[in-house]
Design a protein around this ligand. Structure first.
Ligand SMILES: [Zn+2]
Length: 81
């Protein structure tokens, strides 16, 4: 006898961060977390614990560097006169 077989029942997961039961659905961008906050907390802990890199250039820095390189390349190459 299964009394808990309503067609609208959705899979629920426990938020790994705070333990709140939250509906696991594609409409929840933070799944399996319950909220953005819990997700960022968990990610922050993960990043600082496992991947402690003292001096690592930002992706933005690398981007700027590449743009700079490209610009100087163009200047050196394309001189019509
Ligand atoms: Zn949570």
């Amino acid at each position: 006898m299964d009394s808990d077989s309503s067609p609208t029942s959705r899979p629920k997961v426990r938020c790994p961060q705070c333990g709140t039961l939250t509906v696991y659905s594609l409409s929840n961008p933070w799944r399996p977390f319950c909220s953005e906050r819990c997700k960022s907390i968990d990610f922050g802990a993960w990043a600082s614990e496992s991947y402690r890199v003292p001096t690592k250039p930002d992706a933005a820095d690398i981007d700027a560097l590449e743009q700079e390189l490209e610009r100087s390349n163009l200047q050196n190459r394309g001189q019509p006169h």
